[in-house]
Design a protein around this ligand. Structure first.
Ligand SMILES: *[C@@H]1O[C@H](CO)[C@@H](O)[C@H](O)[C@H]1NC(C)=O
Ligand SMILES: *[C@@H]1O[C@H](CO)[C@@H](O)[C@H](O)[C@H]1NC(C)=O
Ligand SMILES: *[C@@H]1O[C@H](CO)[C@@H](O)[C@H](O)[C@H]1NC(C)=O
Ligand SMILES: *[C@@H]1O[C@H](CO)[C@@H](O)[C@H](O)[C@H]1NC(C)=O
Ligand SMILES: *[C@@H]1O[C@H](CO)[C@@H](O)[C@H](O)[C@H]1NC(C)=O
Ligand SMILES: *[C@@H]1O[C@H](CO)[C@@H](O)[C@H](O)[C@H]1NC(C)=O
Ligand SMILES: *[C@@H]1O[C@H](CO)[C@@H](O)[C@H](O)[C@H]1NC(C)=O
Ligand SMILES: *[C@@H]1O[C@H](CO)[C@@H](O)[C@H](O)[C@H]1NC(C)=O
Ligand SMILES: *[C@@H]1O[C@H](CO)[C@@H](O)[C@H](O)[C@H]1NC(C)=O
Ligand SMILES: *[C@@H]1O[C@H](CO)[C@@H](O)[C@H](O)[C@H]1NC(C)=O
Ligand SMILES: [Cu+2]
Length: 493
């Protein structure tokens, strides 16, 4: 289980001359050996990991995405970017836009209005697992940061499976359900190292320069330490563990030399309490605190579970497994279409009296729905996640065990909570997020484990779409707004 977490540092805004940065990205499939094992990867201008977008706060980013995948759509989400005034550029297939079809071009235009380190990634099917992701670095020049450091390196970690995203999505939507297992590698900045022993060098070549560690020294400039990456996945009642080893080499130590000191022994992988303690120690720095609103107007409780729907194994929040409509919500809501999604409100609470989080019933039936949470403009919303996962929110509290509204609200940190766009939810734990619904549009809120998202572990929030400006016509074109032009059919005579 890998969580990619972005950490934000808030700095005083200094007005600078904002510029427009224009990029042209061609998306293709290429054979890559990112962990030494050769497989198809999605590339942007030939690169997997994609290019880093470096910008200054206030800049406008315009990315022309050309889909040259031939047989597959694309949509790119800019994770952590608020998209104020440009909700159509959020890049979520089925929510804000019709995915970009092969051979087509779509231009994402948005402002990077806050400093920070962000990422972008595909939001079409399970394509992110295919390698479509990269970093966004938004800086503010001329501001002295409250930390002293010699260098600033961006690090992006990701799962890497040797099976294609198609294999994975087919396995996950089969009867009987086939779990995709743990990733074969974890990549650090798009590089990893798989054990090629027993495989032919044509398939797995441990000296391929595309994989680590041979190229890591180009990028790390400072002793070696080894880091164990641990992923766990709770599936049914089994818990599986895998340890990945990655190497960061710090010069002047030669990268083939062992580290001069032993790596520190961290807490064991399943020591939930120390993970919880770590989450609790992270607070906003004095002088950079964004005080959360005192009270919520609405509380939405989202317990998560694994359920069955018509024999298919699904993931649910509050016994609802979400399915996306063929017409994107933004388009449907803007045009007042009444027959695109289920208009009834999804559940926002549940009877927790006898709900035992430690022995949740196995695969009970759930419903599949397209219903969404409509948020009143500017209202303050609390989301309580009960052992679930994954947006820019004040993180008020973490806890272990079952969330108890009367007891646990007292524990909220209303003084110096941090803002996050991705949050770790600890096993059998809960987390409360608070935000103001002041961003017009339709927003996807979901588990950031691609397979869980694929299985329906998502909800959709709407904030007054009628106030949203004109949506670019290119966002239309699917579902109810499918072009009624001639379909091109190839007939083999
Ligand atoms: C972000 O950009 C700034 C300004 O160019 C640079 O100093 C910094 O090292 C970059 N950070 C990362 C993580 O790339
Ligand atoms: C690679 O796999 C082989 C065969 O399974 C094993 O003998 C060897 O120890 C492994 N190497 C590493 C570095 O784990
Ligand atoms: C493995 O990679 C090395 C370095 O790129 C290359 O010289 C060698 O020919 C490759 N071996 C095979 C069998 O492809
Ligand atoms: C944690 O994992 C270790 C194996 O890595 C196991 O021996 C231990 O029982 C586990 N502890 C708990 C509380 O699950
Ligand atoms: C977590 O923090 C609590 C309170 O500070 C402490 O009693 C406990 O020992 C810590 N647990 C771990 C595993 O670090
Ligand atoms: C989901 O449904 C099952 C079976 O009806 C029930 O036991 C469970 O409490 C429900 N869970 C939630 C969160 O409502
Ligand atoms: C949708 O409904 C709103 C509010 O009732 C109205 O202002 C708007 O013109 C309608 N839009 C369309 C496309 O019908
Ligand atoms: C919640 O469940 C308990 C135990 O089954 C029951 O006594 C109580 O009436 C339920 N509360 C509501 C509001 O349905
Ligand atoms: C779920 O299924 C497993 C394996 O079949 C069983 O051991 C466990 O007791 C079940 N849990 C519940 C709450 O029914
Ligand atoms: C989308 O489809 C609806 C219903 O068919 C139609 O009324 C509307 O004009 C279409 N909008 C666009 C931009 O094509
Ligand atoms: Cu994301």
């Amino acid at each position: 289980m890998l969580l990619i977490t972005c950490i934000f540092i808030f700095l005083i805004t200094i007005p600078t001359a904002a510029i427009k940065r224009h990029y042209t990205w061609e998306v293709t499939y290429e054979y890559k050996s990112l962990d030494c094992y050769k497989k198809l990867a999605v590339a942007i201008n030939g690169m997997t990991l994609g290019p880093t977008i470096s910008a200054v706060q206030g800049d406008t980013i315009a990315v022309d995405v050309i889909n040259n995948l031939l047989m597959e759509n694309v949509a790119i989400h800019w994770h952590g970017i608020r998209q104020r005034g440009t909700p159509w550029s959020d890049g979520t297939d089925g929510v804000t836009q019709c995915a970009i079809m092969p051979g087509e071009k779509y231009t994402y235009t948005f402002e990077v209005d806050r400093v920070g380190t962000y990422m972008y990634h595909s939001h079409y099917g399970m394509q992110r697992e295919g390698g479509l992701y990269g970093m966004i670095n938004v800086s503010v020049p001329g501001v002295t940061e409250p930390f002293k450091y010699d260098a600033d390196h961006g690090i992006i970690l990701s799962d890497w499976y040797h099976h294609l995203a198609y294999d994975q999505s087919t396995a996950l939507s089969s009867i009987p359900f086939q779990w995709i297992g743990e990733p074969q590698s974890l990549l650090i900045n798009g590089k990893g190292n798989y054990n090629c022993s027993g495989l032919t060098p044509g398939i797995c070549n441990s000296t391929n320069p595309q994989c680590s560690p041979s190229t890591l020294t180009n990028f790390w400039t400072c002793s070696i330490f080894f880091k164990n990456f641990i992923t766990t996945h709770k599936h049914g009642s089994q818990r599986r563990l895998r340890i990945y080893v990655a190497i960061f080499n710090y010069l002047p130590n030669h990268f083939l030399q062992p580290p001069p000191t032993n790596p520190p022994i961290g807490p064991i992988w399943n020591d939930t309490n120390s993970q919880l303690n770590q989450s609790l120690t992270i607070k906003a720095r004095k002088g950079f605190i964004i005080t959360p609103p005192r009270k919520p107007d609405r509380i939405i409780v989202l317990p998560n579970a694994q359920n069955t729907i018509n024999g298919y194994l699904r993931r649910s929040l509050n016994n609802v497994s979400h399915t996306l409509p063929t017409t994107p919500y933004l388009i449907a809501l803007k045009q007042n279409m009444s027959d695109v999604f289920d208009p009834s409100p999804p559940p926002e609470d549940y009877n927790s009296t006898n709900f035992d989080i430690y022995t949740v019933a196995n695969n009970t039936n759930a419903i599949s729905s397209t219903s969404i949470y409509k948020l009143q403009f500017n209202s303050i919303v609390d989301i309580i996640l009960q052992n679930a996962n994954s947006m820019m929110r004040n993180v008020l509290g973490y806890g272990e065990g079952k969330f108890n509204l009367l007891r646990d609200v007292e524990k909220y940190n209303l003084v110096d909570p941090i803002m996050k766009n991705t949050v770790a939810l600890h096993p059998y734990g809960w987390v409360t997020l608070r935000f103001q619904a002041d961003n017009l549009g339709v927003w996807l809120f979901h588990c950031h484990i691609e397979a869980h998202f694929f299985l329906g572990m998502l909800v959709v929030f709407e904030s007054n779409v009628e106030k949203v400006g004109d949506i670019p016509k290119i966002n239309y074109g699917c579902g109810k707004n499918q072009s009624h032009g001639l379909a091109i059919v190839f007939i083999n005579l």
